[in-house]
Write a protein that binds this ligand. Structure first.
Ligand SMILES: Cc1cc2nc3c(=O)[nH]c(=O)nc-3n(C[C@H](O)[C@H](O)[C@H](O)COP(=O)(O)O)c2cc1C
Length: 474
């Protein structure tokens, strides 16, 4: 472990007593350093130290670094300190923390030759121009400066002690040991799944999946190296990408020319007769059974208009004003109707255009309609076959242009907002409505020609006429 190699790295207290660290490349970082731990740690790591030596210091409260594990994590995350492994004079791997709230995993004290294994959260991948091994749960990342190290790491797919690992011929046993130690500290490697210390047997980790851990690490600031809003890979100039309004509602797949203009509801009149919000919140429930009298074209037109019909003209200021809020005001979510039964609207798959308050016909093929409806019927406990399925898709690239990796979690939140708005509006209109937890992205892509790279299907909601027995009960 050592201070970053930056000839102009300097640290000294400012007039408020904070320790100010400045460096050309790391910028300026300030620490509240009442007990002098940051200063002591930086001075101590001014001389490169073996990780085992640092570990020993950390374990002993009498030593200058005793118990300053979090100080080291902070310095690693801020890039002022790195861990490294050398082979001769060459640095073959460099380790860092990607988050200030990460953890340095303690080496076992009882077992000198523990069986190690790759963490199930670790991914070995390209990050910009580097090959890295990274664990989003511990926050550790190791840059592998030699491709052969990936082969070395791969051997830890199964549990093995360090001395069983075959290293490249030019790598010493000491370097392999130091690499393993660094990988263990940063959580790239973990204890064998056969031991009680393993991730598989430790409660909080047990329940996390690989994809969830990675998605979460990019959904908030403070959890990853560059922050979720700073894309890991640079985008071309914003101008070239689909932005908020420039490409609004431009179909990303085939559309027919057939357009169905929808009637606009008189919302002033509705305001006189709609139940209050408090009443709707209390009476709302997920309704999965339907009445005999089908919904009409004007019902579905009203439902869509209440939730997402563009209000730009009335607003005058915002060219994309809608009733539902949306991250960044981009309104990247598109609405598709799969209609099985609706008076005035033939069975088919339609795309809603909020600015025109119109539908375009995408597909009238019965097989596709049945496949989409049937999937929702099964998800809704086979209570009744939905009359209309609304599929929400996300023009994700439009949101990612502004928010980078944060966009995925934002678009799911936007879908949640829409689901509630649809349900409350359906409640006001005395319709039956239930969100659907899962749809089939492949069936949807086949039916609509929308490819998930352009538009991700992210939510469904089934609607229909309210069942007669439901009419009586709230
Ligand atoms: C995101 C989301 C997904 C849902 N997915 C389903 C589903 O796939 N099948 C289903 O029958 N209900 C689904 N529901 C409805 C819930 O089961 C329902 O909201 C919950 O049981 C509470 O009942 P209530 O809405 O009547 O208060 C979903 C609700 C939400 C918010």
């Amino acid at each position: 472990m050592r201070l970053r190699r930056d000839p102009d790295l300097a640290f000294s207290p400012d007039h408020t007593g904070r320790l100010v660290c400045t460096s050309d490349r790391a910028g300026c970082v300030r620490y509240r350093d009442r007990d002098g731990l940051f200063r002591r740690t930086l001075e101590y790591l001014g001389v490169p130290r073996a990780l085992s030596e640092v570990e020993k210091e950390l374990r002993d409260p009498a030593q200058p670094l005793g118990h300053t594990r979090s100080t080291i994590v902070r310095l690693l995350a801020d890039g002022l300190v790195v861990t490294f492994v050398n082979e001769g004079d060459t640095e073959i791997a460099t380790g860092r923390m990607t988050t200030r709230i990460g953890q340095l995993v303690k080496p076992p004290t009882h077992d000198s030759r523990p069986h190690l294994q790759l963490s199930r959260f670790t991914a070995i991948r390209r990050l910009r121009r580097h090959l890295v091994a990274q664990n989003p749960v511990t926050g550790g990342v190791v840059e592998l400066h030699q491709p052969a190290l990936a082969g070395l790491l791969a051997q830890w797919a199964t549990p093995a002690p360090v001395h069983h690992i075959c290293a490249p011929s030019d790598m010493s046993a000491t370097a392999v040991k130091e690499l393993a130690q660094m990988m263990l500290a940063l959580g790239i490697l973990t204890h064998s799944s056969d031991t009680h210390l393993s991730e598989e047997n430790t409660p909080p980790h047990q329940f996390h999946g690989f994809a969830t851990a990675w998605a979460h690490s990019r959904s908030r600031d403070g959890l990853s190296l560059y922050g979720p809003t700073q894309p890991e890979f640079s985008h071309p100039n914003d101008e070239g990408l689909p932005g908020p309004d420039r490409e609004d509602n431009k179909p990303t797949g085939p559309e027919t020319k057939a357009i169905i203009e929808l009637p606009k509801p008189d919302l002033n009149r509705r305001a006189l007769t709609d139940p209050s919000l408090a009443t709707l919140m209390e009476s709302r429930k997920s309704r999965r059974s339907y009445g005999q009298t089908p919904m009409t074209l004007s019902n579905i037109a009203e439902l869509l208009y209440r939730v997402t019909g563009a209000r730009s003209e009335e607003d005058g200021q915002n060219p994309n004003k809608r009733p539902v809020p949306a991250a960044g005001g981009i309104h990247e979510i598109e609405y598709y109707l799969t209609v099985r039964r609706c008076e005035g609207l033939a069975p088919g798959i339609y795309h809603y255009r909020p600015h025109d308050h119109a539908l375009t016909v995408l597909n009238t093929d019965t097989e596709h309609i049945v496949a989409l409806i049937d999937h929702s019927y099964r998800a809704l406990r086979k209570v009744a076959v939905p009359h209309i399925l609304i599929t929400l898709t996300s023009r994700y690239p439009a949101l990612a242009t502004k928010y980078g990796d944060l966009a995925y979690s934002l678009t799911l939140k936007n879908a949640g907002v829409i689901m509630l708005a649809l349900q409350l509006s359906a409640e006001a209109m005395k319709l039956a409505c239930c969100p659907v937890g899962s749809g089939d992205a492949a069936v949807f892509a086949e039916a609509t020609g929308r490819q998930p790279v352009d538009e991700l299907p992210i939510g469904e909601i089934a609607v229909g006429p309210r069942a007669e027995e439901d009419e009586l009960s709230p």
